[in-house]
Design a binder for this molecule. Structure first.
Ligand code: NAD
Length: 430
């Protein structure tokens, strides 16, 4: 099985060399600062005990406390978590957040757990990691199959352990537990905004852009909704069970209503698939990726596009909402064919930007209005997009991804150099 982390490292090394940062900096960023592993014993409703492998990788703290989501998924491994944490390190630097990178996960299928089992698992994760996380150390957030409710349980568990209120320990919480307005929509909305910036540079009308969206969870739904509302034509949508297709265009709001129909208050996960809808033609996951669309939005898992299927891809633009959806090898092929890719480290950064705003609001004890959250996110994304665009257009044969890595790695290099050799001795303490 190919290692996601070795792919992420290879990309770091290739783009790092091209960006002119020193070998020693690339070397230092090629390994995580620390990865904590735990086995979580969970009392199941039937009285048995099951054990789940859990991870928290704190990849880099050069620019500030570590930051990154927690994923609950059967395919979570230490290798995957480390790759995701490396990408978080790059992402926070690209959009100028005062954070390092982290990621966590539990290898579990949360869809088969009861509400009580899910709560026990979430609290057990926080108990296992409580010594390593904190508002000034490492701040988790939601990712695949985790949500605001889970973040709320984790905040609560942390405060029970520490015996004081610490809302800034975790972001993506429910609004009435210290969450920020606009956090729920932030990843998808941010990805929509950067796609709009690209569209305006390319001078196309929204109505002329046909879109396929892979993954219809928090991030996939929110970008699809914003694109749909702006007039883009969404012709295919998928979830873990399959994909639906309609050449005339899908109504994203109706698809969402349908998928949520059986999501009762007692359930954290949708009980239905987009494919249960009988009004649309169903297609396979592979067929969705290979559709002749203008814009492809991978918003599910990493390595959706690899050297195996890259030659089937017909999209002209790709907005990477998922982390690492295009492998390094596939990336080269797409770039040589002139496909414009808005890279994950920019495209899905709206989530961590609003997580940062949530952390700021928690620390100040002063919540912001939704409009303020939205306009500040837009401002940050516009500045980052324009910076990448300019860099890309100044040097031939480069890409928005290369521009993003060049910016992030130069920033990290400066921070590493400013701290001098102390870094090498005090890494474990800060
Ligand atoms: P989610 O749990 O809300 O949704 C995941 C969706 O992907 C579900 O609809 C699921 O059915 C679908 N899916 C799973 N496997 C699939 C497959 N093989 N084909 C098609 N669909 C599949 O997760 P999310 O928060 O929306 O995260 C999606 C991606 O976005 C992940 O890569 C995540 O790391 C990235 N991301 C999320 C955030 C955030 O704030 N939630 C921030 C940055 C990046």
């Amino acid at each position: 099985m190919s290692s996601v982390f070795s792919g992420a490292r290879k990309r770091l090394q290739t783009l790092g060399q091209a960006s002119g940062v020193s070998k020693s900096v690339i070397e230092s960023l090629s390994r995580p600062r620390a990865t904590h592993c735990a086995s979580l014993p969970i009392l199941m409703d039937d009285g048995s005990t099951q054990y789940f492998d859990a991870y928290r990788c704190q990849y880099s703290a050069h620019l500030g406390p570590c930051k990154g989501g927690i994923r609950f998924h059967p395919k979570v491994t230490q290798d995957e978590v480390q790759a995701l944490a490396l990408w978080m390190t790059i992402k926070c630097a690209v959009v100028d957040l005062p954070y390092g990178g982290a990621k966590g996960g539990v290898s579990v299928d949360p869809k088969v757990l009861s509400r009580m089992e899910l709560e026990r698992l979430s609290r057990a994760y926080m108990r296992a990691m409580a010594d390593f996380v904190g508002p000034n150390k490492d701040i988790p957030a939601p990712d695949i199959y985790t949500n605001a409710r889970i973040m709320g349980w984790m905040r609560d568990e942390f405060e029970v352990i520490k015996r004081e209120k610490q809302p800034a320990v975790i972001t993506g919480k429910p609004v009435n537990m210290g969450g920020s307005l606009g956090r729920d929509e932030a990843t998808g909305r941010g990805a929509f905004l950067v796609t709009e910036f690209l569209r305006s540079k390319e001078g196309l009308a929204a109505e002329d852009i046909r879109v396929a969206v892979q993954g219809f969870g928090n991030a996939g739904y929110n970008i699809a909704k914003h694109l749909f509302d702006a007039g883009y034509k969404i012709i295919a949508i998928s979830d873990s069970k399959g994909a639906i297709y309609d050449e005339a265009g899908l109504d994203v709001n109706k698809v969402k209503e349908f998928k949520d129909e059986f999501r009762s208050f007692g359930s954290d996960y949708c009980k239905r698939s987009v494919c249960d809808s009988v009004t649309h033609k169903t297609i396979t996951h592979e067929e969705l990726l290979a559709l002749d669309v203008d814009l492809l939005v991978p918003a599910a898992l990493e390595n959706a596009i690899t050297s195996k299927n890259v030659n089937d891809i017909k999209a002209k633009w790709i907005t990477e909402v998922a982390n690492g959806p295009v492998s390094a090898a596939a990336d080269e092929v797409l770039h040589s064919r002139g496909v414009v890719i808005i890279p994950d480290v920019l495209a899905n950064s709206g989530g961590v930007i609003v997580s940062y705003f949530e952390w700021v609001q928690n620390r100040a004890g002063y919540p912001w209005a939704l409009e303020e959250v939205r306009s500040r996110m837009q401002e940050k994304l516009k500045a980052s997009f324009d910076e990448m665009w300019l860099y890309q257009h100044k040097s031939e044969h480069t890409s928005l991804r290369a521009a993003a890595y060049a910016k992030a790695l130069n920033k990290l290099e400066q921070a590493i150099n400013l701290r001098g050799t102390k870094e090498y001795f005090s890494n474990a303490e800060n």
